[in-house]
Ligand binder design. Structure first.
Ligand SMILES: [Zn+2]
Length: 411
């Protein structure tokens, strides 16, 4: 089990997407998703599933209860929750006996931290940075791509004992692995980075520590890769040597060759090596840059980050923390699918205060979803007069591209 998850980490599961893909991701995400999730918190259904997941995780891991480790982690979690968007949450924090660097959440209020991560985090700033990032995934309601409906169905069957004994052990390992290695979309990772940095900052931690952790993790993964390559090489030469001395048909030669083949297969399936995306992107410079620029901005040492996700999250938080009842009502209706009523309220907001850029941006989203591209562009451009947002400029570029595409029906 340990090997299976040894080199996984939710943080390293994203690579550098091309600019075109990034732009597409921006548009594919429902514009209001973050807003809604931050307000709604964890659903009872998510919590039930997380309880089942917890049962399975407990069957695979040894839980560490030593005061020294627990008393380091738990207060950090509480400090972060207090400044988060779900301050009344009462989380279950589990420390898992595992030397790999990992921390993950399961969708309910369950937070898991490996002993390896605690030991490797030289300062509480680093540990708080990782925990804040995980808490952000929880609060923002991010569903990992690796945890589709089938996983939860499997999980329920396993917990209820409805899986044949012979398949059970393998199923448990696969399911726990999917839980401990959640693969979030690139955009959700960015959101969690931004929100996590903000939580860590608000709780009084050095919010740039997360960047140091990324760099450290990258080095760790690289060392693991080198070790695995070395072991593979040694196994190859050992097999060659044995076969030369005892003959290629000897039992010994067969045994050593078999061992080498197995090692190679494991290496190739990435169980011994770094996570696939990290292999091709040793250090994700975009993420590190994002954290550094946001840290500088929050400490009044730099301008607002150019990163579109950072601007989107900051504007969502601004809105959530402001007192704008009509706009809030409009967004609620928008989220619930009452588009005509939402549209009317957005227009009301703009009539009362023409500088309410958020209303114009949301109106743009609403028209874009309806396919009214010209109207969407006009509203986005109107909002930009009062608030410069790079995420909105990306949306406009995408819409112009759509307008120019031959398949588009102009409305
Ligand atoms: Zn993450």
């Amino acid at each position: 089990m340990r090997k299976l998850i040894a080199y996984s980490l939710c943080f390293v599961l994203t690579g550098c997407a091309s600019l075109a893909t990034q732009m597409k991701t921006q548009l594919d995400i429902h514009p209001m998703a973050l807003q809604t999730e931050l307000v709604n918190g964890i659903s009872p259904n998510q919590f039930r599933q997380a309880e089942q997941a917890d049962e399975l995780i407990l069957s695979e891991y040894t839980i560490v209860t030593t005061d020294r480790l627990y008393s380091r982690v738990y207060p950090l979690v509480l400090q972060l929750i207090e400044v988060s968007h779900n301050p009344t949450m009462t989380p279950v924090v589990r420390i898992l006996e595992d030397e790999s660097l990992n921390a993950f959440v399961t969708g309910g209020a369950f937070i898991y931290v490996n002993t390896g991560l605690i030991q490797e985090s030289e300062s509480d700033d680093i540990l708080a940075g990782v925990l804040a990032h995980e808490l952000a995934h929880l609060n923002a309601g991010h569903n990992p791509r690796s945890q589709r409906r089938s996983l939860w169905t499997n999980l329920a069957a396993l917990v209820a004992g409805r899986v044949a004994q012979s398949d059970s052990a393998k199923e448990v390992i696969n399911t726990v692995r999917a839980l401990a290695e959640p693969a979030y979309s690139r955009e959700h990772e960015r959101e969690a980075d931004v929100l996590g940095v903000i939580y860590a900052h608000r709780a009084g931690f050095n919010s740039s520590a997360l960047a140091s952790f990324f760099i450290k993790t990258a080095q760790y993964e690289k060392e693991m890769q080198l070790k695995a390559e070395q072991a593979l090489k040694e196994s190859y030469y050992a097999a060659q040597d044995i076969c030369r001395r005892s003959g290629t048909t000897s039992e010994k030669c067969k045994k050593y060759s078999q061992a080498y083949t197995e090692k190679k297969q494991r290496y190739e399936s990435m169980e011994l090596a770094r996570s696939p995306l990290f292999r091709s992107h040793p250090i994700d410079s975009e993420r590190i840059e994002l954290i550094h620029s946001l840290h500088a901005y929050l400490n009044n040492e730099g301008p607002i980050p150019q990163n579109p996700t950072a601007q989107k999250v900051l504007s969502v938080l601004d809105f959530l923390e402001s007192d704008k009842p009509v706009l809030k009502e409009a967004i609620k209706l928008h989220n619930e699918g009452y588009l005509d009523q939402a549209e009317r309220l957005y227009l009301d907001v703009l009539k009362t205060d023409p500088t309410q850029s958020q209303a114009a941006f949301n109106l743009g989203d609403l028209y874009a979803n309806k396919g009214w591209i010209q109207a969407a562009i006009e509203n986005y451009e109107y909002g930009l007069k009062y608030e410069d947002r790079s995420d909105i400029r990306i949306k406009i570029d995408e819409l112009y591209k759509k307008l120019r595409s031959p398949s588009h029906n102009i409305r």
